[in-house]
Design a protein around this ligand. Structure first.
Ligand code: 28F
Length: 414
């Protein structure tokens, strides 16, 4: 590669232009420069560790908020590759941390990436928005380290010692000339890490706040994954059936669903795409709802709980008292809606629908007691809705009768 000028090759120019763009319009890359954007920086780095867990190589991620609001995130994955790219003279690790969206390729075919795509801007953005970033890698028995300031390399990757095991550790101080405040909210981070642990079965995530005299610490690891998630959501409710229903499908578009009905009247369905909480729903939720209604109606008819002449149970009857978590992993997610948290990929509707049709109907055939308990509640919901409808109709008829028989108002002129 001929040198463009004495110091920088074409790649380095691209890097500098990328970093400058990020620092000029941070909101475009990290959402906002409020504490929400600050927290997103932590999520970006943690998500790279989660990707390493999804790829099957990382079992633990430790997050520490150090005094001075320095963030430390360490995983026990393979460690970012350190080989030097022959043309650019830059290591893979340095590329991941300096080239925009470089980590995006990370998903590869071996696993799914929760980072990357719209919500995951990659580690290079966090680097650009940090006063300093320090990356330490344990790999091949060596301890490597590189350092950056506002995204610019100030210490290229070098061996600083020997290492036991493998992994990646990132420490960074977010740039307080960019972020309104560096005051991380421990409980917000703790809540998100608990959620990630529920969504990533078996991954241990710890968070420790060392800013005060009395440090706070939490540790999350759920072998039960989504089943543990619905049990946690239902912990203060009376359950309709003891164990949550759990159905899953692997392959091109992994789908995991856990369901547990309670005696409450509320409908709580939480949906996730690549661990992103799609609060505006979308095609995965649509597919789930359609299939849920079909499977329970089909079961009710085939087991004579609904007679030939009975109407179908409506979706709202079937979802009364439901707590469910739907988690899908999508390679190229399209997010829509006001807050870009609505899944738009149309093919996902059918994928979720057919998976639930097959797996949920099989579960109900094998667990008639659960099916019966849920259907009894659905039918009482239907009856309650019908009764309310009839009462409204009656009230309307009554009031229209009254108005038509009331004496006309006498006008003053008569
Ligand atoms: C504290 C945050 O960032 N962990 C990471 C890896 C592991 C690999 C990787 C990361 C390869 C080509 C980009 C290792 N060995 N924790 C982290 N762990 N990135 S980030 O690869 C980077 C990609 O383009 C890794 C084999 N394959 C991948």
């Amino acid at each position: 590669m001929e040198k463009v000028n004495n110091k920088y090759g074409a790649e380095q120019i691209q890097v500098l232009e990328g970093l400058e763009a990020v620092r000029k319009r941070p909101g475009m890359y990290i959402g906002s420069t409020s504490v929400r954007g600050l927290h997103h920086c932590v999520y970006e780095i943690v998500d790279n560790g989660v990707d390493e867990a999804l790829a099957g190589y990382c079992t633990e991620i430790n997050v520490i908020i150090e005094p001075g609001n320095i963030i430390s995130v360490e995983d026990n994955g393979r460690g970012i590759p350190v080989e030097i790219h022959p043309k650019t003279g830059i290591s893979t690790a340095e590329t991941v941390y300096t080239v925009l969206h470089a980590g995006g390729k990370f998903g590869g075919d071996s696993g799914y990436k929760v980072s990357g795509g719209l919500h995951g801007v990659g580690a290079s953005v966090v680097n650009a928005l940090s006063t300093w970033t320090e990356v330490t890698i344990k790999r091949d028995g060596n301890l490597y380290q590189m350092k950056f300031e506002k995204g610019k390399t100030v210490q290229k990757l070098e061996v600083i010692g020997k290492a036991e095991g493998t992994g990646t550790k990132v420490r960074f101080l977010a740039d307080d000339t960019i972020f309104e405040s560096l005051d991380y909210d421990y409980s917000v981070l703790e809540t998100r890490f608990r959620e990630i642990a529920f969504l990533t079965k078996g991954l241990k995530i710890t968070i420790e706040d060392k800013r005060e005299e009395t440090p706070k610490k939490a540790e999350f690891c759920f072998e039960g994954g989504l089943v543990s998630f619905v049990e946690y959501l239902n912990k203060n409710k009376e359950k309709l059936h003891k164990s949550p229903i759990y159905i899953e499908k692997d392959g091109e578009t992994p789908v995991e669903i856990a369901i547990q009905y309670t005696t409450s009247y509320s409908e709580n369905i939480y949906t996730f795409v690549n661990n992103i909480n799609t609060i505006e729903g979308g095609t995965h939720l649509e597919g789930f709802k359609r299939s849920l209604t079909k499977v329970f109606n089909d079961y009710a008819r085939s087991h004579n709980i609904l007679k030939e002449k009975d109407q179908n149970l409506q979706g709202e009857d079937i979802r009364e008292g439901i707590t469910a978590v739907v988690s899908v992993k999508v390679k190229e997610p399209q997010f829509e809606g006001q807050t870009k948290t609505k899944l738009g990929n149309s093919e996902i509707t059918g994928i979720v629908q057919s998976m639930v049709n097959d797996s949920l109907s099989a579960f109900l055939e094998e667990n008639p007691a659960v099916a019966k308990a849920v259907l009894e509640k659905c039918i009482s919901a239907y009856r309650a809705r019908e009764a309310a409808r009839k009462a409204r109709e009656l009230a309307r008829k009554k009031s229209s009768l009254e108005t038509s028989t009331l004496p006309r108002k006498t006008s003053r002129l008569q």
